[in-house]
Ligand binder design. Structure first.
Ligand code: VGL
Ligand code: ZN
Length: 211
C-alpha cells in the first residue's frame, strides 16, 4: 500500500530500554523491531512516539504493594491492575529510548503513566479514561486520519493504543513485525492481535508499506 503523507502517521509505542532485553520489564526479542521501525520511519513524514514515564511511587509497581509480586493482578482505585516490576522511572536509563532508535524525525513525544494513581497503557488515555494525553487532538489538528502503530508491548500498550485509535475514528493499522508481545500468559500476543482485528484494526506487515 502507498502512504498518503498528508493524512498518515507512524506511531512508535514505548521503545524504551526497560522493555528491551536486559531491561526491567523486558519483552523477548523486542530489540528485533528496532531496525524494522527505523526503516519504516523513512517511509513517513509524520512520526509520533509515546514514552512510558512513571514516578517512583507509581501504583502499577509491585514494589509499592507490600507482599505483592510482579505478574500478580490487583485493583488500583477500583480498576483491575496488573502489577509490574519497577520500570520506566522518570529520569532513569530504563525510561530512555533505545540508543539505536532514530528519534530525529519525530514531531512529538507523548509521555504517559505520570499519575501514580492510575496506569496508562494507551497513548491516548489513562486506563480509567479520565485523562487525555492530547495525542488525539495533536493528530487531528494535523489532519491525520490513518495511524500505523508499532512498538512494545503488543499485548499491553500497543493493543490499548490501537484500540483507542479505532474508537477515536482513526483508520488504524498494526504493523505486526514492528511489535512484540510480553506474553505474561502464553498466547497473549495472538489474543491481542485477534482482539484488535475484531475491533477493526488492520493487521499488516512492514513490507506491505511502500513509500
Ligand atoms: C507497558 C506494562 C506496563 C507497555 C507499560 O509499554 O506495554 N506494559 N507499562
Ligand atoms: Zn508502565
Amino acid at each position: 500500500m502507498k502512504i498518503n503523507q498528508k493524512n498518515s502517521a507512524l506511531l512508535i509505542v514505548d521503545v524504551q530500554n526497560d522493555f528491551l532485553p536486559g531491561g526491567a520489564l523486558a519483552v523477548a526479542n523486542g530489540d528485533e523491531i528496532i531496525p524494522v521501525i527505523n526503516s519504516l520511519q523513512q517511509k513517513f513524514d509524520f512520526i509520533v512516539a509515546t514514552q512510558d514515564f512513571h514516578p517512583e511511587n507509581h501504583g502499577s509497581f509491585a514494589a509499592n504493594h507490600p507482599g505483592k509480586k510482579p505478574g500478580e493482578p490487583t485493583t488500583l482505585n477500583g480498576l483491575e491492575q496488573m502489577l509490574w516490576p519497577v520500570h520506566c522511572v522518570q529520569g532513569s536509563f530504563g525510561a530512555e529510548f533505545h540508543a539505536d532508535l532514530n528519534t530525529k524525525k519525530w514531531k512529538e513525544t507523548v509521555q504517559k503513566g505520570k499519575n501514580p494513581e492510575v496506569d496508562s497503557y494507551s497513548g491516548f488515555f489513562d486506563n480509567a479514561r479520565m485523562e487525555d494525553t492530547g495525542l488525539s487532538f495533536f493528530l487531528k489538528s494535523h489532519e491525520i486520519q490513518r495511524i500505523f502503530v508499532t512498538g512494545l508491548a503488543l499485548d499491553y500498550c500497543v493493543k490499548f493504543t490501537a484500540m483507542d485509535a479505532v474508537s477515536l475514528g482513526f483508520e488504524t493499522y498494526l504493523v505486526r513485525d514492528a511489535s512484540r508481545a510480553v506474553n505474561l500468559s502464553a498466547g497473549d500476543g495472538e489474543a491481542a492481535l485477534e482482539e484488535m482485528k475484531q475491533a477493526g484494526v488492520k493487521v499488516i506487515t512492514s513490507k506491505e508499506i511502500e513509500n
